[in-house]
Ligand binder design. Structure first.
Ligand SMILES: *Cc1c(COP(=O)(O)O)cnc(C)c1O
Length: 423
């Protein structure tokens, strides 16, 4: 079959707008409530809290800001108020998801904590409970866990919750990618002591940007709202007893989110159809899709991903900034597939490069299910002889074009392109 490049680029995941968003943006203009207060903000805080099943949602400028204030609040609860020039984690260790976007865990550094990275499990590509248990054996003093649900697939969050309860640790739950996904009937974002979601442009719904902090505690919601608006005290002038931030969501952004909320379930259904079409289309190829707990979880299928069987990997080597591969009959690798997709004007992406492999976090501890995960060479990982699950998924996995607006015909062409890589 002769495949010609797509005329219009097929995106990984681009904003899908419906027009209704503009009504609420216009409403904000007409009432001149265009800044960080107004009806759209109040309304989206209400509907998001209802959807997720938490008592309070605080609308902020982005998911990262939500994670920052969640992490700061956790630190303050655990270790007390810090001096103005110090973070609340005050040098303490924090257990963190390893294979994730760095926005999940950077707030630990903002707050002067030390991230200890917990390896990934193969069943859902999220934090491994066994590795977490191992980490508590090695560092029993740790009191905070930052955990993300990757690509819209819920992690083993009740096992993680049970382990944290046993060790008296709090949880910051990063549901930035998994808004609308449920585990045992409960929405992600509602399992942690503090939760966060994101309305970044490529997420399941978008406000162009934006995020929310989630909690069941009124006191915590009030505190985060106060911090997010420069920590002003009740006084006739600008009075400050705490460090503040300019993190509040604007009423314009909230208008876009308000319009998008009605389409959350539609977007999830579209993403699910994309995932299932890939799964069916890849029958017979030596690959699997990003897996989930089919009994207990309903993903939002934000990104469809694939993993190439070890025996079907052609040789691929990655330095810090480049990748090369040697094409082989019957085999392929993420680099070959991503380059081929790009050639046809379609966008894929490597799996999140694990944090323990990132130059900025290279000195931080990393715990696998077997204990200390440091000291495994790259060559070993390339041979598939590693118990570093995150590095292995990074080596063999990739994110596929998962845009809501991709048609079934276009997706069939993507599937053909991927098949051609294995010929
Ligand atoms: C997108 C994302 C964030 C950050 O959200 P922003 O709104 O872009 O700041 C945090 N964590 C994960 C896992 C994400 O994918």
């Amino acid at each position: 079959m002769q495949i010609i490049p797509f005329k219009n680029k097929i995106w990984l995941s681009s904003p899908t707008m419906h027009g209704e968003e503009q009504k609420w943006v216009r409403d904000a203009f007409e009432k001149n409530w265009i800044t960080t207060a107004g009806e759209n903000i109040n309304e989206v805080e209400k509907i998001v809290a209802e959807r997720i099943g938490v008592k309070y949602a605080v609308a902020l400028s982005c998911g990262t800001a939500s994670l920052h204030l969640a992490t700061k609040l956790a630190g303050e609860k655990l270790y007390g108020q810090a001096k103005p020039d110090k973070g609340t984690l005050q040098g303490h260790k924090v257990f963190c998801s390893d294979m994730t976007f760095d926005a999940t865990i950077n707030p630990v550094a903002y707050e002067d904590g030390e991230a200890v990275f917990i390896d990934t499990e193969p069943d859902t590509w999220n934090m491994c409970p066994k590795a977490l248990e191992k980490a508590f054996e090695i560092y029993p003093e740790v009191k905070l866990v930052v955990v993300a649900h990757l690509y819209g697939i819920p992690g083993k969050i009740d096992e993680i919750r049970e382990i944290c309860n046993r060790h008296g640790a709090l949880i910051v739950e990063d549901a930035a990618e998994s808004f609308g996904a449920t585990y045992k009937g409960k929405e992600t974002g509602s399992f942690g002591d503090f939760g966060a979601i994101s309305f970044n442009g490529n997420k399941i719904i978008t406000g162009s940007s934006g995020g929310m902090f989630l909690t069941d505690s009124k006191e915590d919601a009030d505190k985060v709202r106060k911090w997010s608006t420069q920590s002003r005290e009740a006084a006739p002038w600008y009075q400050h007893e705490e460090i503040g931030y300019n993190y509040r969501m604007s009423n314009i952004i909230a208008g876009i989110v308000r319009g998008q909320m009605n389409y959350l379930d539609e977007h999830i259904a579209q993403k699910k159809a994309i995932y299932e079409r890939y799964k069916a289309g890849f029958q017979g190829l030596p690959v699997t899709m990003n897996p989930f707990d089919e009994e207990n979880s309903k993903p939002n299928y934000w990104l469809s991903c694939m993993l190439i069987n070890q025996e079907a990997m052609c040789r691929q080597v990655r330095s810090e900034n480049e990748a090369v591969y040697i094409s082989e009959k019957g085999k392929s690798c993420p680099t070959e597939i991503l380059e081929t997709l790009a050639k046809y004007n379609a966008e894929g992406r490597p799996i999140w490069k694990p944090m323990h492999m990132q130059p900025i976090y290279r000195m931080n501890p990393f715990i696998t299910a077997n204990g200390n995960g440091r000291g495994q060479s790259n060559a070993y990982i390339n041979l598939g002889k590693t118990n570093d699950v995150g590095a292995d998924i990074f080596a063999r996995g990739l994110c596929l074009p998962s845009d809501n607006k991709m048609t079934p015909d276009e997706q069939d062409i993507i599937i053909e392109i991927i098949k051609s890589c294995f010929e």
